[in-house]
Design a protein. Structure first.
Length: 86
């Protein structure tokens, strides 16, 4: 399980805008290219652990500020799906 957590966190912390747009489309999350760029800038290189509820909430608040509350809630749903499996 720790290996999976490490892999997921690594991917999130290094995700590129085009990758985020692809994942968003898979989960029916509407993102503009600008929003994807802003969100990836928030995530980039910060070693965020989405399995830690405090860190996840902090990131979601930052995402809400740049992409809106609705998008942040949708991304929270995606995060929850990722972590609920493990």
């Amino acid at each position: 399980m720790k290996l999976f957590e490490t892999m997921v966190n690594h991917k999130i912390n290094r995700i590129q805008p085009y990758e985020l747009l692809s994942i968003a489309a898979q989960y029916n999350v509407q993102l503009s290219t600008k929003q994807a760029e802003d969100i990836t800038a928030i995530l980039a290189g910060k070693n965020i652990n989405i399995f830690d509820s405090g860190q996840r909430q902090t990131v979601l608040e930052q995402i809400s500020a740049v992409a809106g509350k609705k998008t942040a809630v949708q991304i929270e749903h995606v995060f929850n799906q990722l972590i609920s499996n493990f």
